[in-house]
Every structure is written in C-alpha cells, then in structure tokens.
Design a protein around this ligand. Structure first.
Ligand code: NAD
Length: 337
C-alpha cells in the first residue's frame, strides 16, 4: 500500500525502512513508503493527496477539515504510530468512513522506566552531579536526596504503563497507591492499594501520571488538585501535557507546594518538541518560566524512545496497514466512543 508518513525523523526512516524490507524478505507484499518531515497540517495537506494511507505521530492534529480534504483525495486509513489518539477527531473519522489504527503497546517498559528515571534524577540530582564532577567540583551541598524506599508513590492510571511503573516502584520498596476508573487486578494482587483520587493526592510523596488525555482528564492536575497535595510533593508527567495545568504548576512551584516536577510532555509541545530550536528564541513564556526552576526536569517527549519501542512501533504500524489492505479484522482499530 502507498503510505505517507508525516513528522518523520531519521530514526523513523531507519526503523520503518528496515521493517518494510523484513516484510519483503518474508515474501509478503511490502509497502511504498513516502517520508515527509513536516507535521501534517491543512496548509501542507496536498502532500498526502492520492495516498490511501497516512501514518502520523503525536503532534499531527487531524481535524475534521483536514480529514475531509484528505478523504476527498483518496484517504482511507490513518495508521497512527503512537498509542495515544487524543489528537484525532474520531467523530470526523467515523462520519467520513475513515479507519484509524494505532500501536496500543509498543513498550510500556520504555515509558515506565523513563518516569522512574525522572524521579531518580530529580531526587538524586544526577544532572547536576554530572556537570559538577566534570568541572572538578566534588562538593555535595545542594545534592541531598531522599530514600525512595518507604515513600508513598501514587500512580494515576494503572494500564499497561502505569502497571509497569507500579511494579518497578514496588521493587524499590515504595508503598504504591493508585487511582484508576478501572482498577487493575494484577496491581491489586501485588499489593497496590486503590484509593479515591483526592485521597491519593493527599497521601503521596511522589505522583506519576499514566492515564490518557480525554475531556475528563484535561487539567486533572489543576490548582485544586495541587492544593490537596503534600507540601514538597514530586509530580511526574510522562503521559500527555494537558493533564497538567502548567500555569497552576508554576504557582505551586513558587510556593513550594510542588517540590519537584518532571515533565516529558507539555500541553503546548507541538510547537517545540522534536525540533532543534537552539538557534531561536522560544516564544512560549510558560515553558521558559518552567525551565527557570532548579527543581524542574523536562525531557522532550522521549519516554518512548528506545530501540525496542521503535522496532515494535514499525512492526505493529505496518502490520496494521497489511491487515487493512487484506480486509482483515483490525485488532488495533480506534473507534469513536
Ligand atoms: P492504557 O490504556 O493501557 O492505560 C490507561 C489507564 O488509564 C487505563 O487503566 C484506564 O482505565 C485509565 N484511565 C482512563 N481514564 C482515567 C481517569 N479519568 N482517571 C484515572 N485513570 C484513567 O494506556 P498506556 O499504554 O498505559 O498509556 C498511558 C498513556 O501514556 C497514553 O494515553 C499516552 O498518552 C501516554 N504515552 C506517553 C508516551 C511518551 O513517550 N511520553 C508514550 C506512550 C504513551
């Protein structure tokens, strides 16, 4: 099938080309892949005209207007190469008869391990120690951390990623509490205690977010939620930026309510992340304010970024395209609720 891939980087080209070659080596019909670097927008939608399938990523916002135009130019399948689908207007895809598929679980370990890595870095200040030692400064002042062992960690959303995070944290000897609209029996069997959301916010020393972004979870962590938290709490968000009200987080950082903040995602990340902006002036004043705090650690949506995950993303995405082409039942189809 002819597939137009948007928001692509060198690593997307590498892993998708390798998987496509592996498909051909198995004697199966491979795909015609066209890699485009920009995000797919209304302005450049013409690039996708004539392609029956597109492959997009987390910051390609697929609006009704864009989808209508592409459907009129032959689009039938949207093969997302990510787990989240909040960026797609699913009502529009349903109305237009477009099929949407995703990669539901490429490596939950990658994201969970990154979240726990952020906890350790914020706590033990590896990023500061690295620079200090390289400059010949072996003082320890300012590097004081705390034992994770015995601390109460709250996991919000115990699906595939949250479950992995909970397991790692139990291994550290943390007390793990969780909130989910659908509790996970496996987590409960490991000793994770499910509590109401407000109770979790009140009890925890560390809180990590692993629920999807939906209307119900937009700004789940707002001023009210932050005010319920323990003073000095650590908050980690590797899920989706808009789960956290960044302005409220800044207020909480200034007052000390938030003692540490680790973000791999940011509500307005679409204009920042995945690009080299080092020669430009960043215009987002909320983001630049976040960067000024010495207890804030930001990574640019890299939690998924492991070799294992990229291989799996390419394998499952092209598998979804093959299943669609053959008219088979699409296991990874995303349907409008
Ligand atoms: P999942 O669907 O397996 O789990 C999500 C869990 O959240 C489910 O258990 C669900 O019941 C729960 N949930 C739904 N609504 C909730 C609510 N209102 N409150 C609390 N919990 C709620 O998803 P997953 O694979 O674990 O991924 C979680 C999120 O991680 C994705 O939605 C995606 O946004 C994000 N993600 C980020 C990266 C990254 O690189 N930073 C990579 C992959 C996924």
């Amino acid at each position: 099938m002819r597939l137009a891939l948007f928001s692509t980087k060198s690593y997307d080209r590498e892993f998708f080309t390798a998987e496509n070659a592996a498909i051909a080596a198995r004697g199966m019909p491979s795909h015609e892949l066209a890699f485009f670097e920009p995000r797919l927008t209304l302005e450049n939608a013409r690039l996708a005209w004539g392609f029956p399938a597109i492959c997009t990523f987390v910051n390609d916002h697929l609006s009704a207007a864009l989808l209508t135009q592409l459907r009129d130019h032959g689009l039938r399948l949207i093969a997302l190469r990510c787990a989240g689908f909040n960026q797609v207007d699913l009502r529009a895809t349903a109305d237009l008869g477009l099929t949407v598929a995703r990669v539901p679980a490429y490596s939950p370990y990658a994201v969970a391990e990154h979240a726990v890595g952020m906890m350790l870095s914020l706590n033990r200040k590896f990023h500061k120690a690295y620079n200090r030692v390289r400059e010949g400064n072996f003082q320890l002042e300012g590097l004081l951390g705390f034992d994770m062992h015995g601390k109460t960690v709250g996991v919000i959303g115990t699906g595939k990623i949250g479950q992995c995070a909970a397991k790692i944290l139990l291994g550290f000897g943390c007390r793990v509490v969780a909130y989910d609209v659908v509790p996970n029996d496996e987590c409960a069997a490991w000793g994770v205690t499910y509590v109401p959301l407000d109770e979790l916010l009140r009890q925890c020393d560390i809180i990590t977010l692993h629920c999807p972004l939906m209307p119900q979870t937009h700004h789940l962590i707002d001023e009210r939620a932050l005010n319920l938290m323990k003073p000095g709490v650590m908050l980690i968000n590797t899920s989706r930026g808009a789960l956290v009200d960044a302005v409220a987080a800044i207020v909480a950082l200034k007052s000390g309510r938030l003692g540490y903040l680790g973000l791999d995602v940011y509500e307005e990340e679409a204009d920042l992340f995945f690009e080299d902006l080092s020669q430009r002036v960043i215009q987002d004043d909320i983001f630049t304010r976040l960067l000024t705090f010495n207890n804030v650690l930001i990574t640019g949506h890299q939690a998924f970024f492991t070799r294992t995950a990229l291989e799996q993303i390419a394998r499952v995405t092209l598998g979804n395209v093959i299943a669609f082409e053959r008219g088979e039942k699409l296991e990874n189809q995303v349907l409008a609720k």
